[in-house]
Design a protein around this ligand. Structure first.
Ligand SMILES: CC(C)(COP(=O)(O)OP(=O)(O)OC[C@H]1O[C@@H](n2cnc3c(N)ncnc32)[C@H](O)[C@@H]1OP(=O)(O)O)[C@@H](O)C(=O)NCCC(=O)NCCS
Length: 214
């Protein structure tokens, strides 16, 4: 993976390399076609994991969902080819699991990476007795297509409204000396037309589910 190109491309105008967490320790050497594998996440993967996630989300409606540190999950898989090229995190609170994160590096999408990660997760979840897995997604077409291809069906939807400083003042007022300068607000899907008229950034959030083999 040409990581330097990917990172620089994500931050036009910057010279040199941009590191998500501190300085580069060594120059990035273009790795040849290495051995790709899916394995469990390890602590040493964290920086590479965070870069993969943030770069993969840049081209989606979740472009501003940036994590400075990895959040832990019950099942944490990575696809690696030298660096982390794909990530899949699943929380498993009981017989139903939730995909918390599934992201593939933008330079390497469409090569079966996410499908391989999901296949391994499904194998493990079924062995563990999990009956259903769900995920939350917005209106990103490649993502919706990938989920449908992989057996997920829609089970419900709601709205997420990102109110700008100007917009938020029309629905929230200052309390306790706290002036709202923006907000993320949830609403019922039935109010879509009305809310789209009032707010610039409105997402339809879909819950998709896939039943697993008993
Ligand atoms: C959605 C996402 C995870 C899919 O990852 P991916 O690795 O590109 O997915 P895959 O390669 O497994 O499958 C995608 C396509 O590549 C095709 N493909 C699969 N294996 C392939 C291969 N070996 N060579 C070429 N194409 C292949 C598949 O047919 C599939 O086609 P489709 O789009 O018509 O369904 C990725 O696009 C992504 O990271 N998106 C941004 C983050 C995001 O939205 N995450 C999901 C939140 S729920």
């Amino acid at each position: 993976m040409d990581e330097a190109r990917g990172v620089t491309g994500a931050a036009p105008g910057r010279t040199g390399r941009l590191s998500l967490l501190g300085a580069w320790e060594r120059p990035v050497v273009r790795r040849g076609p290495g051995r790709r594998e899916v394995r469990d996440y390890e602590q040493a993967d964290e920086v590479s994991w965070l870069r993969c996630r943030v770069l993969g989300l840049l081209g989606t409606t979740c472009y501003d969902d940036v994590w400075p540190a990895k959040r832990r999950a019950d099942l944490e898989l990575v696809a690696v080819d030298g660096d982390v090229i794909g990530v899949l995190d699943v929380s498993v609170p009981g017989p139903e699991a939730t995909i918390e994160t599934v992201v593939v590096h933008p330079d390497l999408q469409g090569q079966g990476v996410a499908t391989a990660l999901l296949a391994e997760a499904v194998r493990r979840l079924e062995r563990f007795g999990v009956r259903r897995v769900d995920a939350w997604t917005r209106e990103d077409v490649p993502t919706l297509r990938w989920l449908a291809r992989n057996g997920f069906v829609e089970d419900g939807r709601h709205l997420e409204v990102y109110a700008s400083p100007a917009e938020v003042g029309t629905v929230l007022s200052a309390k306790l000396g706290l002036e709202p300068v923006g907000a993320v607000l949830r609403a019922r899907i039935e109010r879509e037309a009305e809310l789209r008229q009032r707010f610039e950034r409105v997402h339809v959030c879909r819950r998709v589910v896939r039943d697993l083999r008993p």
